[in-house]
Design a protein around this ligand. Structure first.
Ligand code: ADP
Ligand code: MG
Length: 714
């Protein structure tokens, strides 16, 4: 792996010169061979001075006593050098040289670093820095290289970003100097780009930022001993035969038993109405499950578009080799490969080379299959009949079934779902690129664990930005850090930071769990093609009391803004709708929403409010519990409300209306399902909780922003 490849650290003075060459400010300094030379070299510099020992291989100089700051003059610097040499010698270290430099004026210590971050490739980290960088753990990340928009957002994202503004009498730091320094290091034309693929890592920690500019007072650069080989040219298969195969062969069905996966798949294809050629592969049988059987993939009557391979891991490579160029896509379901350890990894390598030999594209191993209603392609029994615009790529086979069936229940129409498991050949990045151009796909979901083609995936996400909405769910993200890293940059780049940064840098949505993924995809499937302004505002409305307070909290958590209306508008609404002084009409809006209320009231208030304040989203919440606590028949008024809100949603061209049915479990059996079905018919999205709705709305806003930014750049 690249991150383990041998590397060479350049001496600090050399790195500082490289930085100066691209316009990053560094302290004026001189290199001296020994203590005596330090004093004379320092004479040309302006005190106070800083002295550092140049010790090859020493990573954190200050920990070894190899940094002295606040030296009053050249003589003090000379003395300090003599002491430092002695102290280092006591630790068995030898200073190769000394760097004496001017001390930067006080400011905020920040860091900027660029490092290879497996599996996603080069990343840029900025954060609060200095020797306490890891303790503060206040950093933000983007895939490399960054542009000015990225950099501004990165500094703003820090928890401590207020330290960069005017703070307790100290003037604000020169933000544009900081942005320029960041770009000079990590931008498209920055130092890392200039040095190319041999850069393993570049870190400036700290950069001292003040009102007078940004000075890189420490800098480390590691180059790979051998320049890494250029990435192989990107290839994108035409995946049409995978989703709409004309011929399918199933390998691994039993001629005697009926319970194996292979047999199940054959039955599922027939039940789902697959109309192309369906074959079984079996050494001796002539027919399995009523399907004609042939001895190998190379002996079917016609070439095979899609081969589903369900045989033990040790036999999979041999099965692929037998295809002899007559199979386009093969999916190896079987587990027991790289996920199990070294023996499995060796089987996996063998499988990959067998696929190459056979001239086929391989999905998996360790996955489930493909689903696509257009091609009657399925791996599930009882697969959805509904189809729509959502395409999903899943590294997990078992979650894929959850996504498809649960999503279908929620009302999502899927265009395709592909499980890629260990993805030794076809990876998430390649598929994503194809789906971005797929006319059947309007929104894309990804479930990832350890993408093998991380760098390609990031490139594909960048290519998707603003073109099609992408929602990422990354499993295992909570195991923070865990990677031994010599640099601050590496230590800070834990999984959560990496994926948040990739999402932010590519405009993708990062989902927190399966429900959240599906909630976001549903919202995007419905609304992505609508022209809705990209602004954070939401109108929240529902029956008064605690739920409205919680609605505002849920919006806040999701990064949405529920901004109170101007008093004049509030007064106008109150008078017009004759609402009592006890209710708030300021956003969040409190209006009667219940079994005894006029179902047209809330929609009418929304209409009136939006006449004065343009807001791209409305979150309207109803409480199923109250509909059945304060009326004998709660269902009729609930359905009337859904109808009225649906009509509102349909008439607003640039506003998305989202309904929340709280406490659905408090309604008698069957009611919630009927309400959801009615909402669906009315063209209204209905969520079960305030948080679920707020999160989906936030996903919609992120897409609107990415789309608008792409339109601006064009
Ligand atoms: P280390 O290898 O331990 O990171 P640094 O060169 O970053 O060593 O020095 C340690 C600390 O000393 C810095 O975080 C900074 O606070 C201070 N420092 C070093 N050089 C300068 C300088 N030229 N001007 C001001 N402060 C400096
Ligand atoms: Mg440092």
């Amino acid at each position: 792996m690249l991150q383990d490849a041998p590397r060479r650290w350049l001496p600090e003075p050399e790195v500082k010169q490289l930085l100066a060459d691209v316009g990053v400010r560094v302290p004026a300094g001189r290199l001296a061979r020994d203590a005596a030379e330090v004093a004379s070299a320092a004479a040309a510099l302006e005190a106070p001075l800083v002295l550092k020992a140049v010790v090859p291989g020493l990573v954190h100089k200050s920990e070894a006593g190899a940094v002295r700051v606040g030296l009053a003059d050249a003589r003090a610097a000379g003395l300090a050098a003599a002491q430092m040499a002695e102290a280092l010698a006591a630790r068995g270290l030898r200073a190769e040289a000394f760097l004496v430099e001017e001390q930067a004026a006080p400011g905020v210590e920040v860091l900027v670093g660029v490092a290879e971050r497996p599996p996603v490739g080069r990343c840029v980290v900025v954060g609060l820095g200095g020797v306490q960088a890891e303790v503060l753990a206040d950093a933000s990340l983007r895939p490399w290289p960054v542009d000015a928009e990225d950099v501004l957002a990165m500094w703003d994202e820090l928890r401590g970003s207020r330290l960069l503004a005017e703070f307790r009498g100290r003037p604000a730091v020169d933000r544009s100097a900081l942005v320029e320094a960041t770009l000079a290091i990590a931008g498209e034309k920055g130092l890392v780009a200039k040095l190319g693929a041999r850069v393993a890592e570049l870190e400036c920690n700290p950069i001292v930022a003040s009102e007078r500019g940004a000075v890189a007072v420490d800098a480390r650069l590691a180059l790979y001993a051998d320049e890494p080989p250029a990435a192989p040219p990107r290839r994108i298969a035409d995946f049409t035969p995978l989703f709409e195969p004309r011929s399918i062969a199933v390998v691994g069905a039993s001629a005697t038993g009926r319970s194996g996966f292979g047999n199940l798949f054959l039955r599922n294809y027939r039940a789902y109405g697959f109309a192309g050629e369906l074959w079984a592969i079996h050494p001796s049988a002539k027919e399995i499950e009523g399907v004609p059987a042939f001895p190998s993939l190379g002996e079917t009557p016609e070439p095979v578009d899609y081969a589903l391979v369900a045989v033990p891991a040790e036999r999979a490579a041999e099965v692929l080799r037998s295809a002899r160029g007559r199979v386009r896509f093969a999916q190896v379901m079987s587990g027991g490969f790289g996920e199990t350890g070294e023996a499995g990894r060796s089987l996996e390598r063998e499988l990959a080379s067998a696929a190459q030999e056979a001239g086929l594209r391989l999905l998996g191993p360790n996955c489930m299959g493909v689903w696509c209603a257009r091609g009657r392609q399925t791996f599930l029994g009882g697969a959805p009949e509904r189809s729509g615009g959502v395409s999903v790529i899943s590294q997990s086979g078992s979650l894929a079934g959850d996504i498809l069936k649960h999503g279908d229940r929620m009302g999502i129409g899927f265009a395709s779902l592909t499980t890629i498991g260990n993805s030794v050949d076809v990876g998430a990045g390649e598929l994503l690129r194809w789906l971005v151009d797929d006319p059947h796909t309007s929104a894309i979901g990804l479930y990832l664990e350890d993408p093998r083609d991380g760098a390609e995936l990031v490139a594909a996400l960048r290519a998707a930005r603003g073109r099609k909405p992408v929602v990422l769910l990354v499993g295992g993200i909570s195991r923070q850090g865990g990677r031994a890293a010599a640099s601050h940059t590496g230590a800070l780049a834990g999984d959560a930071l990496v994926w948040r940064g990739i999402a932010a840098g590519t405009g993708a949505v990062l989902a927190s769990g399966l429900e959240d993924l599906l909630g976001a995809l549903r919202f995007l499937e419905r609304h992505a093609s609508r022209d809705v302004p990209a602004s954070p505002g939401v109108l929240a409305i529902g029956a008064g009391g605690g739920a409205n307070v919680l609605a505002a909290d849920a919006c806040d958590r999701a990064g949405l803004e529920v901004t109170p209306f101007a008093p004049a508008l509030e007064r106008e609404l109150r008078e017009r709708f004759r609402l009592g002084a006890g209710t708030s009409l300021a956003n969040p809006i409190e209006v009667p929403v219940g079994p005894l209320a006029d179902p047209q009231l809330a929609p009418a208030v929304v209409r009136a409010a939006l006449g004065s304040v343009a807001l791209p989203d409305v979150l309207l919440h109803a409480n199923a519990q109250s509909f059945f606590s304060f009326a004998d028949d709660g269902e009729t008024p609930l359905l009337r409300l859904v109808e009225a809100v649906g009509a509102l949603a349909r008439e607003l061209p640039a506003t998305r209306v989202t309904l929340v049915l709280r406490n659905a479990a408090c309604a008698p059996d069957g009611v919630a399902a009927r309400v959801r079905a009615a909402a669906d018919t009315a063209g209204l999205l209905c969520y079960d909780s305030l948080d679920a709705a707020a999160s989906a709305i936030a996903a919609g806003k992120r897409w609107s922003a990415a789309h608008a930014s792409r339109a601006r750049q064009k």
